[in-house]
Design a protein around this ligand. Structure first.
Ligand code: 6GU
Length: 231
């Protein structure tokens, strides 16, 4: 998979991709991530990328031309399966969307800033708009890193234990059961006895029951929605 990310502040995402699992996924050649600084396509000697909005109002709007020129340059080298715009008024990101995106070959992500981008980019270039939650961030960069992380860890070979992405919270519409490690007792706090007994069918049944109980208590909405696994 290849992910191209366009941003006016690409450095905000650098550290997210330079460590741990996402770093290893790139080193293994499972994903290639390219950050593109929109400023390099800015207009004039000041490399302008935004302007006042027509009709008045506070906040600058990202101009069509720099974005279009950059995207058209990228499209000379590959066809994008998705051109995604990160915006607080996009579709709420969830595991189902992560699953869908993980099946694509080439993804382009545009990070919004200021008042957002000129609507004509959204109308004519963008294929999908994504928000990562009901709150406003200063820009789409951290959201783009969130989406990229959720997608990349699903690619075959990225996780050490190939089965662990599938046993995640959300992948089966259930939250994860509690986990424990040594010691079996500390400060008088004991690990549930069933986990130390070695009866694995019983342990599995206990984990499933716990997952269901926790989901019912904390996220009953997940039990209504049986679509997270759909593509
Ligand atoms: Cl994708 N962008 C911004 N700026 N704020 C957000 C968001 C995205 N998702 C939630 N809040």
């Amino acid at each position: 998979m290849r992910i191209d990310i366009i941003s006016a502040q690409p450095w905000l995402m650098e550290s997210a991709f330079e460590h741990s699992i996402l770093k290893r996924a790139q080193d293994k050649g499972l994903v290639e991530i390219q950050l593109h600084n929109l400023k390099e396509y800015g207009l004039g000697k000041h490399r302008q990328i935004d302007d006042y909005q027509f009709g008045g109002g506070a906040g600058m709007v990202m101009m069509v031309e720099p974005i279009l020129n950059l995207i058209q340059d990228l499209q000379k080298d590959r066809n994008y399966d998705e051109l995604i715009y990160m915006t607080p008024d996009g579709d709420l990101f969830n595991q189902k969307t992560a699953n869908q995106l993980s099946l694509k070959e080439n993804i382009l992500i545009l990070c919004g800033h200021y008042k957002g981008v000129d609507q004509r980019i959204r109308d004519h270039i963008i294929t999908r708009e994504i928000s990562i939650g009901s709150y406003v961030l200063s820009g789409g960069e951290l959201a783009a890193a969130v989406v990229s992380d959720a997608v990349i860890r699903l690619l075959p070979g990225v996780l050490g234990d190939e089965s662990s992405a599938l046993s995640d919270s959300f992948q089966d519409d259930l939250l994860a059961p509690p986990v424990y490690t040594r010691p079996a007792e500390i400060n008088g706090w004991k690990v549930p006895e069933i986990l130390t007994g070695g009866n694995f069918p019983e342990i599995e049944a206990w984990r499933e029951a716990k997952a269901l109980e926790i989901t019912q208590r904390k996220r009953p909405d997940l039990l209504q929605d049986d679509s997270l696994l759909d593509n």
